[in-house]
Ligand binder design. Structure first.
Ligand code: ATP
Ligand code: MG
Length: 647
């Protein structure tokens, strides 16, 4: 992989919250004395009743429990709103940037507090109370944050379903969590196109399995006429206008649930990941502050959707708990054109920008002229999350977006982990493109062989986390057995991440991809990330996905799907050239046996490549694709099936 190292820039190191020696000292303490460390840092949030115990965890699969701060009580929305009112009531909490570039709005902490209280009271009047589930199916509009905070205020459990999901996907999640109320809008707007959210919600709620929903709350976003069920449907603005702006926060226990969120579904049926209140908020706010080196007054933008965990922890809960100004963007990176992200950075003078490799690769494909159109001098820190970032994309991001002055934090984590586990800290960590680098405080990664033996030194293996941290998920909603099976039964006494990683001589971690995706060619095990990065490093390649395919002699062969840059033509010569290129970059063992041109790759709605589908196509088993409810564009799959390589 990439050999470049980028040392911490002097000006960043000088002003950073955490420098190298502080990182070393705090990390050491966090591992040697987790009780002391988290006991101290738990105080960063406000407790109604302070905790007297910190950690109570057993990773024994036969007697598994995970509890943090278990006798403390708090309210999450009060931590994100009320406690800021005195000092920063008039500071902007949320900058809303609409799909239409002429639309934006600044919402102060005071205003957000009032909106939240009103909607919390409205929910109460609909009979929603502590422990009830509320599904949020909204576009990226401020009401989505208000709805989350309003649930938190009254102890209700929210479950956000991404606004791009189909009625079937919505129905499945509403049914699984037994929601009493669903919140949607008349329509959503993305890339200039309207998305019929209310119609989708109506269809979802008419599914025979969906029996729990009493009210459907509808936010007026575009004003489009929608079908109406008088007995069930409620306008958001009417409910809020009728409600009192005074809503005392409900006291909840640290271990009371805050939300359920279904995973992306890259590897199978989505899991209803349950997070609780106290530990989650401590962890989300602390990682937000240190990983992004957040300073008072910074304008912070995470481009994720609130439908993903990244939106939960790093658009809403982390930043608001820290009193930050967080930007919510309704649109897409390509509308009105490929300079939109950069225009928004210029317009709002964004200091910290956090996005996903899929977006970076897509924008890179369009060329850097779009980046040059904007003044990006306000940027200080860049971030990446969601997939391994190919070194080629990293370098492009670093050079063209960050002007070679902004550290990139490549943050590895999962819906299950609640917050970032492995990442550089801008003032402390020298960067290597493609590596998520070092663990955050309190995180002790381990690499195991398939028999569960821990491997030491520079090696690769199954990535596990050896002990608990406060932001960890507590169960799979309604299926605790699946929780134990999935995360604690493969290897004893550790949290199994399902990802593979390599540790280098400096102790840096490189995520090699999902363990399920590992390819075994003639006994050589290979992660997908390395082969894909080699392909993406070719100047004509925009994106690539590789999977293993049954092979008579080698056991498995390599099947590569390649997307070319916008202006490149696929030719036989190029195919041969790319195979040779990988052979040269990595070695003969990694050279693809098959290479298929793919104008598009199957991705989850959050933009992750779904290799399990590519594996089925490559193996000619395309009649058994499995759960495809989270697929962004099913049309891509048909094209890939039609154009598959003969084996
Ligand atoms: P499912 O669990 O349903 O298959 P998913 O794993 O895609 O879906 P998420 O929790 O959204 O659901 O994604 C977490 C996964 O994303 C990680 O396990 C890892 O494979 C990948 N990932 C996230 N961030 C990074 C990163 N910075 N580097 C490498 N991989 C990453
Ligand atoms: Mg996963």
């Amino acid at each position: 992989m990439s050999a470049n190292v980028y040392p911490v820039p002097d000006d960043i190191a000088k002003n950073a919250l955490i420098d190298k020696s502080k990182y070393d000292a705090m990390y050491k303490q966090s591992i040697e004395d987790p009780e002391g460390f988290w006991g101290e840092h738990g105080k960063r949030i406000d407790w109604i009743k302070p905790y007297s115990t910190v950690k109570n965890v057993s990773y024994d699969a036969n007697d598994l429990y995970i509890k943090w701060y278990e006798d403390g009580t708090l309210n999450v929305s009060a931590n994100c709103l009320d406690r800021h009112l005195e000092k920063r009531g008039d500071q902007t909490a949320i900058i809303f940037e609409g799909d239409d570039p002429s639309v934006s709005e600044h919402i102060t902490y005071r205003d957000l507090h009032e909106r939240t209280c009103r909607f919390a009271n409205a929910l109460k009047s609909m009979g929603v109370g502590k422990g009830d589930r509320v599904v949020i199916y909204l576009p990226m509009i401020p009401e989505a944050s208000v709805a989350m905070l309003a649930c938190a205020r009254i102890g209700a459990i929210h479950s956000i379903v991404f606004g791009g999901f189909s009625p079937e996907a919505l129905a499945g999640r509403v049914e699984d969590c037994g929601a009493k109320v669903v919140i949607t809008s008349d329509e959503g707007l993305r890339g200039g196109r309207a998305v019929p959210l209310k119609r989708n919600a109506d269809e979802a709620l008419s599914h025979p399995g969906v029996k729990s929903v009493e009210k459907l709350v509808v936010v007026k976003r575009t004003g489009k006429d929608v079908a109406w069920n008088d007995a069930r449907d409620v306008w958001y603005h009417e409910a809020c206008a009728a409600a009192s702006p005074d809503c005392p926060p409900t006291e909840v226990n640290a271990e009371d649930p805050l939300f359920v969120l279904y995973t992306s579904g890259s590897t199978g049926k989505p899991k209803g990941v349950l997070h609780t209140s106290g530990g989650y908020l401590v962890y989300a706010s602390m990682t937000h502050e240190y990983v992004f080196d957040y300073h008072e007054g910074d304008i912070y933008w995470c481009t994720a959707d609130v439908g993903w965990v990244t939106g939960h922890s790093y658009i809403v809960y982390g930043p608001l708990a820290n009193g930050a100004t967080t930007l919510m963007f309704e649109g897409v990176p390509s509308y009105p054109d490929a300079s939109r992200f950069w225009q928004v950075c210029e317009k709002h003078k964004v200091n910290i920008f956090y996005t996903a490799p899929t977006a970076i690769r897509a924008l890179m494909r369009e060329g850097e002229s779009w980046v040059k159109k904007a003044d990006l001098s306000s940027l200080r820190i860049l971030g990446s999350v969601g997939e391994p970032i190919n070194p080629e994309a990293w370098e492009w991001y670093y050079e063209h977006v960050g002007n070679r002055t902004c550290p990139i934090v490549d943050t590895w984590w999962q819906t299950e982990t609640g917050g970032i586990l492995i990442s550089p800290l801008p003032g402390a960590t020298d960067l290597k493109p493609g590596s998520a680098t070092l663990p955050f405080f309190g995180i002790e990664p381990g690499l195991l062989d398939n028999e569960g033996n821990e491997l030491t030194g520079a090696t690769d293996g199954n990535l596990v986390i050896k002990d608990s941290w406060p932001g960890q998920m507590r169960t799979v909603y309604g299926d605790h057995e699946r929780f134990i099976q999935t995360y604690f039964s493969t290897f004893a006494n550790a949290y199994t991440t399902g990802d593979g990683a390599r540790r280098d001589d400096d102790g840096y971690y490189w995520i090699t991809g999902r363990v399920d995706d590992v390819i075994n060619v003639s006994g050589h095990r290979m992660g997908t990330a390395e082969v894909e990065s080699a392909l993406v490093a070719h100047p004509k390649v925009a994106e690539a996905a590789v999977v293993g395919v049954p092979h008579d002699i080698k056991g498995q062969g390599i099947y590569a799907y390649v997307t070319l840059n916008a202006d490149e033509e696929p030719t036989e010569e190029l195919r041969v050239e790319l195979v040779k290129w990988v052979r040269k970059e990595i070695g003969p063992i990694a050279s693809p046996d098959y290479l298929q041109w793919s104008p598009g790759l199957p991705k989850t709605r959050s933009g992750k490549i779904m290799r399990r589908i590519l594996r089925k196509i490559a193996a000619n088993e395309y009649d058994q694709l499995g759960d495809t409810s989270t697929l962004a564009d099913p049309g891509v799959v048909d094209d890939l099936i039609d154009n598959r390589q003969n084996r």
